[in-house]
Design a protein. Structure first.
Length: 284
């Protein structure tokens, strides 16, 4: 059965132009529809294969990025209402879905037993991408507003997920340098308390060197998704895990609503209050 609902509609009325070239209008959809999930998988594939430093496994993927967790998740999709094109996506794995899936995706990369006390109210966010040409503040704000709206609707208090940093892709830097710089910056300023520390199953090793043996860049470039988490008040739960299939180092991050930045939360709620989720668009 096709299940989809508008989580947050576009704010600009149809036909309203604010300049000689009208800006795109975006809506955020909540869906468990197989066809829309496949569209999200194709968008993920397009973004991952066109982003410097990322590498998908050399298997026949039919232009998609599927995995075993997709069917258990609620998928949040950003649509350009002027073209109907899907331009952003991410997925939410709620506690019941995590049980059905046999655990969280994050647990495939980390020992996350420290998060067990939070599990009844913990949602995992993952596989977040935005199509090139739409990576603007409006789309990013809409995506974060959707996360908050999802947590508020279902009464969850925490969101966790993996944030990737490419190991290669910088022609003027040795492999792993950017990852080392990001690691140093975020753990020194945004590290989680000891009771929420997780441990990678596979620590990062690049060309035989551990991350501490790789020189950092003068100014690390923190990925946009990580910046969004940190702006909200998230904490980074420890050292990165090596994901050789994608050619990245993954950090586990944790955000609790009670510890989030209230000013940014208020801004996000001002976006999401435009409409409540209508119909049975998601799992609990």
């Amino acid at each position: 059965m096709s299940i989809a609902s508008v989580l947050i509609p576009s704010e600009k009325p149809t036909g309203t132009a604010t300049s000689s070239v009208a800006a795109p209008r975006y809506s955020l959809l909540l869906s468990t529809d197989p066809g829309m999930i496949e569209a999200a998988q194709r968008l993920r594939y397009d973004v991952f294969t066109s982003t410097p430093g990322f590498a998908l496994p050399a298997t026949d993927r039919d232009g998609r990025d599927p995995d075993r967790f997709d069917e258990f998740c609620d998928h949040l999709l950003v649509r350009d209402d002027d073209t109907g094109e899907l331009v952003g996506c991410y997925r939410m794995l709620a506690p019941a879905g995590a049980i059905a899936a046999g655990g969280l995706y994050t647990a495939t990369e980390f020992d996350i037993r420290a998060l067990d006390p939070l599990r009844p109210s913990l949602v995992e966010m993952g596989r977040a991408v935005v199509r090139d040409g739409h990576r603007n503040g409006g789309v990013v704000l809409l995506m974060w507003a959707g996360i908050l709206a999802y947590l508020d609707r279902y009464g969850y208090d925490y969101v966790t997920g993996c944030v990737s940093v490419p190991i290669g892709g910088e022609p003027d830097l040795p492999p792993g340098s950017q990852l080392r710089g990001v690691r140093d910056f975020i753990l020194s300023r945004h590290g989680a308390p000891p009771e929420h520390r997780v441990y990678p199953h596979r620590p990062v090793v690049v060309d035989g060197k551990g991350i501490d043996d790789i020189a950092p860049p003068a100014r690390p470039a923190v990925p946009a998704l990580m910046r969004g988490y940190l702006r909200l008040g998230a904490r980074v739960c420890g050292e990165p895990a090596h994901d050789p299939d994608f050619g990245v180092g993954d950090f586990c991050v944790l955000l609790g609503k009670a510890h989030a930045d209230n000013r940014y939360l208020k801004r996000l709620r001002s976006v999401s209050v435009a409409a409540e989720m209508r119909s049975a668009g998601g799992r609990r």
